[in-house]
Design a binder for this molecule. Structure first.
Ligand code: ADP
Ligand code: TRP
Length: 331
């Protein structure tokens, strides 16, 4: 059994892209592995949120991940800042992390460009904090998107460096978790590209959107006057609607509209109505759970406490060994 770990940035509500591109895989992953999922709130400080924003965002992601099916009984779900051991390991790793290698990291250079007034040491050392997150539980698999590959590579560098420095085969060298199938890319509703929270208004359907909002967003999706020749190639913005339909509708419904398209008889209004209703069938139970969980602070607190306890046990063990290896020993 693999030890799999994933960090979740507390930024904004989950949309269908996050769900089908990531969360759905997490739910499957937790059946077959020892999984750690944590909310990366220490990392959030690199952009200086207000205390209220920080707390609200952490609650929101906790609620939404639980609502989609992350199971606190099967996985260890915790909040990063509940584990001071991470901060301690981060300190140790920073002593062997070099300015030059940290400055070369793409995400650092991007952030430095985006927030030139706030290029703080936390931004520079983001990779060593992420490495601490991973190796504190001796995780060997990490599900990462393209943008995080370099961070995972840095984690390997830091883990190897520690092992070499202390001549111990202590930390496993983590690799990317392979989902085994092609990762889906969920298109957005504005016809331009992938669904994303920072794209234009109405591009993303959020799991917390109510049915009226979803109908409105879907009905506004870009279409045209329809094909003029049988079996014509679909323009991207039409293809996107079909891709969305494949995720939420029955194969019969997809086949029906595909056939209509190929016969030049498609009515996009009908197709969008169907798509909206099928999205709602999928999101509505999740939205109800989001509402329920948001109003149940006792349960959230129980989940966070239980997660912290389990995560602590594993982190404590590693940090005690690390202290011993480095030479912090009791008199
Ligand atoms: P956003 O693009 O809205 O900012 P994030 O970057 O926070 O979303 O993504 C969190 C996770 O969701 C990542 O693992 C990312 O790969 C996945 N994800 C986000 N948008 C999509 C999408 N449109 N299709 C597939 N996966 C996505
Ligand atoms: N950096 C990751 C992101 O931006 C979040 C993250 C923090 C993470 N620590 C992690 C992901 C450890 C995997 C493992 O999405």
């Amino acid at each position: 059994m693999e030890i799999v770990l994933s960090g979740i940035r507390p930024t904004g509500n989950l949309h269908l892209g996050n769900y089908f591109g990531a969360v759905k895989n997490f739910i499957k992953m937790q059946e077959e592995n020892k999984c750690f999922f944590f909310i990366a709130d220490y990392h959030s400080l690199t952009t200086h949120p207000t205390p209220a924003d920080l707390h609200g965002n952490v609650k929101q992601v906790l609620v939404e991940y639980l609502a989609t099916g992350l199971d606190p009984e099967k996985s260890t779900i915790y909040i990063q800042s509940d584990l001071p051991e991470i901060a301690e390991l981060y300190l140790f790793l920073n002593m062997n992390a070099y300015m030059g290698e940290l400055e070369r990291v793409t995400t650092f250079k991007d952030k430095a460009r985006k927030q030139p007034e706030n290029i703080n040491a936390g931004l520079l050392t983001y990779p060593s904090l992420m490495a601490a997150d991973i190796i504190i539980h001796k995780a060997n698999k990490v599900p990462v998107g393209k943008d995080q590959e370099q961070h995972l590579e840095m984690t390997r560098t830091f883990a190897r460096r520690f092992n070499r420095m202390y001549k111990e085969d202590f930390f496993p060298i983590p690799t990317a978790y392979n989902f085994g199938e092609e990762l889906v890319k969920v298109p957005g509703l504005d016809g331009t590209g992938k669904m994303g929270k920072s794209e234009g208004e109405g591009n993303a359907v959020f799991l917390a959107d109510d049915p009226t909002t979803i109908r409105k967003k879907v009905m506004r999706a870009l279409t045209d006057a329809g094909p003029t020749e049988p079996n014509q190639q679909k323009p991207d913005y039409i293809d996107n609607l079909f891709s969305l339909m494949k995720l939420v509708s029955t194969p019969d419904a997809v086949a029906f509209f595909d056939e209509q398209y190929n016969k030049c008889a498609i009515r996009y209004g009908d197709m969008k109505k169907q798509l909206a209703e099928d999205i709602i069938v999928f999101t509505e139970p999740v939205r109800q759970r989001i509402i329920e969980l948001s109003g149940n602070p006792e349960y959230l607190s129980k989940v966070a406490r239980m997660g912290a306890e389990k995560a602590h046990e594993s982190a404590r063990k590693t940090i005690n060994e690390v202290r011993e290896i480095i030479g912090f020993r009791a008199f």
